[in-house]
Design a protein around this ligand. Structure first.
Ligand code: UDP
Ligand code: MG
Length: 136
C-alpha cells in the first residue's frame, strides 16, 4: 500500500529575508520529501487573510495576515511518504522555543509568529492549500 501524499509548505518572510530558502529546501530533500513545485510570491494582505481564514476568530489573526504579506514567501508542494505528518514533524512545534532539536523551527524560528515555515495539518487542508497556490 502506497501512502505517498502531497502537502503544502511555505517558507515564511522571516526565513526568506535571512536567505534560508536553500537550507530549508535541503532539509526536505535530505528527508525524501520531493519538491514537486515551488513558487516565490508576495501575497497581498487580502490573499493572506484568505489563506489563513481558518484562524479568523483568533486574537493573532490580523497580525498573522500582516506578517505573511510583509515580504516574499516560497510556496512548495512536497511529495513523499506520509508527507503531511512527516513535514509537521520536520517543522517542529509552532513555538520555536518548544520545538524539538533539529526541527526547522528550532533551527531557524525567531518567535511563535516568525516561525519560518508553514505546513498543512491534514490531507484535506493540504489539498485546499495546494489549490490556493498552484491551481491555474
Ligand atoms: N501564531 C501566532 N501566535 C499564536 C499562535 C500562532 O502568531 O499564538 C501564528 C504562527 O505564525 C503560526 C500561525 O499563526 O504558525 C498558524 O497557527 P497554527 O496554530 O495553525 O500553527 P502551525 O500550524 O503553523 O504550527
Ligand atoms: Mg496550522
Amino acid at each position: 500500500m502506497s501512502n505517498i501524499e502531497q502537502t503544502l509548505s511555505i517558507i515564511k518572510p522571516d526565513a526568506v529575508e535571512r536567505n534560508l530558502i536553500d537550507e530549508i529546501k535541503a532539509i526536505f530533500i535530505k528527508n525524501n520529501l520531493n519538491i514537486k513545485e515551488d513558487k516565490k510570491i508576495h501575497l497581498t494582505k487580502e490573499e493572506a487573510a484568505e489563506f489563513y481564514k481558518v484562524h479568523q476568530s483568533k486574537p493573532f489573526y490580523d497580525d498573522l495576515c500582516s506578517y505573511l504579506s510583509s515580504g516574499p514567501i516560497v510556496a512548495m508542494i512536497l511529495e513523499g511518504k506520509n508527507a503531511v505528518l512527516f513535514n509537521r514533524q520536520l517543522m517542529g512545534a509552532t513555538d520555536p522555543k518548544k520545538a524539538e532539536d533539529k526541527t526547522i523551527r528550532k533551527l531557524y524560528g525567531i518567535s511563535i509568529d516568525k516561525n519560518s515555515v508553514h505546513g498543512s495539518d491534514s490531507i484535506e487542508n493540504a489539498k485546499k492549500e495546494i489549490d490556493f497556490f498552484f491551481k491555474n
